[in-house]
Design a protein around this ligand. Structure first.
Ligand SMILES: *Cc1c(COP(=O)(O)O)cnc(C)c1O
Length: 355
């Protein structure tokens, strides 16, 4: 009982010390009368929107009675989830092991270790089975973000991301956004926003939820066809989003619309945003922004006014060696120039100009 009380106190204390993330207004010159906002999730203590997920997953495990004093926490993630979970595990005094593909960049392993986690390197195809096996062997707990993300979050409120966005919009000129645009990794964020706006449909029912999906992800096709057995032979190159299999946490029935965004367009978008906002963002923010700009241009062409909200998911400094490195871009075969020109003209004129 004392361990439980102390654990709940520590999680609450961390929350009390943290401020909510900003909602940033950004003027798009070509789209007067359509207000764009970025929910900036990069400013959480552990650096991404996965901070909210990690908090929810720990609360879920503790309240289910499966995370206890000394329980080793195991997760299959090499990205922002492992970093955020390592952050929580450390201040709860729990050992944390990330099961990661052995080709993971050292910089990312360093970040997980910086927050006190350990990395267990395995073949990419084995990360889920090895995480489960390790949890059995160590009598630990497998967090399983791709299954539990949608169910661990209190989607009705508890200051979840939807609650926060709609509250922060309340004094704006158009407080009920026409679109909220996100992307999907676990699908947890889209599930929370989609359920929330349906639950509060009398206030927010006019808001539509768009999910932007990168190359090599099955979510877009799954959304349209409903086939749970879809797989992709290649993994996504946009870190944090796009999955090679249909994840249980992705709830397609709460999504109103999906946009497919080519990877080169996502990357061009973050280089464009660096110029316009004076800051670097992770590539999934580019995926979000590209789809958002398209929807804004479509609103303009229909003569609509209103607001649109999207998200900064994590900071770009995590990707100085990749997305912001011109040698890496060339080696990967990316040509951003045509997309940069297209984004620029859409942004200046409000006309999307391609099919
Ligand atoms: C996880 C993640 C997302 C997607 O969020 P989900 O709630 O998991 O769908 C987007 N961007 C980044 C950088 C992420 O780590």
């Amino acid at each position: 009982m004392t361990w439980l009380n102390e654990t709940m106190r520590r999680i609450e204390a961390d929350y009390n010390r943290s401020a909510d993330t900003h909602l940033i207004h950004h003027h798009v010159p070509g789209c007067d009368g359509i207000d764009l906002y970025f929910k900036d999730e990069s400013t959480h203590p552990s650096g991404s929107l996965k901070h909210r997920l990690a908090r929810s997953l720990f609360l879920y495990g503790v309240c289910n009675g499966v995370i206890n004093e000394g329980t080793t926490i195991i997760e299959s993630s090499s990205g922002s989830t492992a970093i955020s979970e390592a952050y929580f595990a450390r201040f709860l005094g729990l050992p944390f092991i990330a099961v990661v593909p052995k080709n993971t960049a050292k910089a990312k392993l360093d970040q997980i270790e910086f927050f006190g986690g350990k990395c267990h390197l395995v073949d990419p195809s084995d990360i889920y089975s090895d995480a489960k096996r390790l949890a059995l062997e160590l009598d630990g707990y497998y967090m399983d973000q791709f299954t539990n993300a949608e169910r661990a979050t209190d989607w009705r409120s508890n200051n979840n991301i939807a609650d926060s966005i709609f509250a922060q919009m309340s004094a704006e000129k158009y407080p009920v956004p026409t679109w909220v645009v996100v992307s999907a990794g676990t699908g947890g964020t889209s599930a929370t926003i989609g359920r929330y706006k349906r639950y509060y449909s009398r206030q927010f029912g006019a808001t539509q939820l768009c999910v932007a999906d990168p190359d090599n992800s099955v979510f877009y096709e799954y959304y349209h066809k409903g086939d749970e057995s879809l797989t992709s032979p290649k993994g996504s190159r946009i870190e944090g989003i796009g999955r090679p299999r249909v994840e249980p946490s992705f709830i397609r029935t709460v999504v109103d619309h999906m946009e497919h965004v080519p990877d080169a367009a996502s990357l061009a978008a973050i280089h464009f945003l660096e110029k316009e906002m004076g800051r670097k963002c992770g590539a999934s923010t580019g995926t979000n922004f590209y789809a958002t700009l398209k929807l804004m241009c479509e609103m303009k062409s229909r003569g609509e006014k209103g607001s649109v909200v999207t998200m900064i998911c994590d900071p770009g400094e995590r990707y100085n060696e990749t997305y912001y490195n011109s040698d890496w871009l060339v080696a990967q075969g990316f040509d951003l120039q045509p997309h940069l020109e297209h984004i620029e003209q859409a942004y200046r004129t409000g006309q999307w100009g391609k099919g």
